[in-house]
Design a protein around this ligand. Structure first.
Ligand code: NAD
Ligand code: TDX
Length: 339
């Protein structure tokens, strides 16, 4: 079985490659990534050193390079995770989001169709559904109502994938997951940013009133769901993936838990100006994937958070190297005018 993972040097992609190498050791895996600011080939070091996987540095919008790769390798299965993924960056500038997330997905679909790829899993997000009030859950049938340019670009890419299923009888499924957390998470997102800032004794910039709610899923639970969708999911179907009831929390509760686990003072919290059009609440109904594919989240949130804190404590050089240079100018730009 020849398998391609795009975005393989990113957070979820690298965790997925590790899981696939463990769970399906007979698969021949190509890990593809452009290595943007968010990609880090060190996330795959152990597997590359053992020659367990092949790495390809390719831009998914490069139709010539992607076409040649697909013609040569004749993949049986593609997991598509490559994307620009940070909401705040899409608010500052959205061109790369449309280019990579929309055009890049279309280039992959064309190449996959032409090369006769047997199965394609498109990894998307619950953010395509927009914002929830205090009650209710996103279903697969919830109308798309994206708020940020990031979410809009993901919604567009979902629709192109589903159109390929209808038009070309292409064997693809779309997954929409809630917020992930765990090892190799780039420290621009809430949980790894707050863990590492707290470890450095820096302020934790909490947007708005800190009461926006996210539903958290430990990253290996997500990767386990992706493997099930690849092997058992149906063409043209969307599968929502999300955390358990214990994982739906306001940001301030998550922040308190991180500070408590690190033995740090709540004085480190710095309330700052809100994200524009900040989605109030995400929560997912994952009964379709549970009933049809037998998946459910298995890591309780507080246990997953403890494992994540321990990982950042044990891997300080990994994130210290990231939190320098270009990262610092992004940080300055994003947080400068928030008051
Ligand atoms: P990430 O930003 O950590 O990783 C994205 C990877 O894509 C990076 O390694 C980057 O180098 C690569 N990439 C970017 N542009 C590329 C291009 N043009 N060509 C090839 N590679 C390129 O993101 P993540 O958090 O791992 O998210 C992975 C996927 O999962 C995304 O599609 C995202 O929308 C989706 N998702 C993420 C979450 C979450 O909570 N992180 C939740 C639901 C869905
Ligand atoms: O400094 C911060 N302060 C803060 O209060 C940051 C970075 C975030 N927040 C808040 C905003 C959100 O309510 O924390 C919450 C989580 O923010 P992010 O980590 O930026 O994630 P979110 O915007 O919810 O999107 C994430 O989940 C869905 C991923 O980044 C997306 O790629 C995924 O699709």
């Amino acid at each position: 079985m020849k398998v391609l993972v795009t975005g393989a040097a990113g957070f979820i992609g690298s965790n997925l490659v590790h899981l696939l190498a463990r769970e399906r050791p007979e698969w021949k895996i190509t890990a593809l990534d452009l290595l943007t600011y968010a990609g880090n080939v060190k996330n795959l070091t152990a597997l590359l050193d053992e020659n367990r996987i092949t790495f390809a540095r390719v831009d998914i919008t490069d139709e010539v390079a992607i076409g040649a790769l697909f013609e040569r390798e004749r993949f049986d299965l593609v997991f598509h995770l490559a994307a620009e993924s940070h909401v705040d960056r899409s608010i500052m500038s959205s061109l790369e989001f449309v280019r990579t997330n929309v055009l890049g997905t279309q280039v992959l679909l064309d190449a996959a169709l032409k090369a006769g790829v047997g199965r394609f899993v498109h990894i998307s997000t619950d953010e395509v559904y927009g914002s929830l009030g205090p009650t209710g859950y996103f279903l697969e049938t919830t109308p798309l109502d994206p708020t940020s340019p990031y979410a809009a670009s993901k919604a567009a890419s979902d629709l192109i994938v589903l159109a390929f299923c209808k038009t070309h009888n292409f064997n693809a499924s779309v997954t929409r997951c809630t917020n992930n957390y765990g090892p190799f998470h780039f420290p621009e997102k809430l949980i790894p940013l707050f863990i590492t800032n707290a470890m450095e004794g820096k302020k934790l910039p909490l947007y708005g009133d800190g009461m926006n709610v996210r539903s958290w899923l430990y990253v290996t639970d997500h990767c386990d769901a992706l493997l099930r969708v690849a092997e058992k999911g149906k063409a043209g179907e969307v599968y929502n993936i999300g955390g358990g009831a214990d994982a739906e929390l306001p940001n301030r509760e998550v922040t308190f838990a991180i500070l408590d686990m690190l033995g740090k003072s709540r004085d480190l919290i710095q309330p700052v100006g809100d994200r524009p059009a900040h989605d109030r609440r995400y929560a997912i109904d994952h009964s379709k994937i549970s009933n049809e594919l037998g998946w459910k989240p298995s890591t309780p949130f507080m246990k997953g958070l403890e494992m994540t804190v321990a990982w950042y404590q044990a891997n300080r050089p990994w994130w210290e190297e990231i939190k320098s240079g270009a990262y610092l100018s992004y940080y300055e730009r994003n947080y400068a005018n928030r008051g």
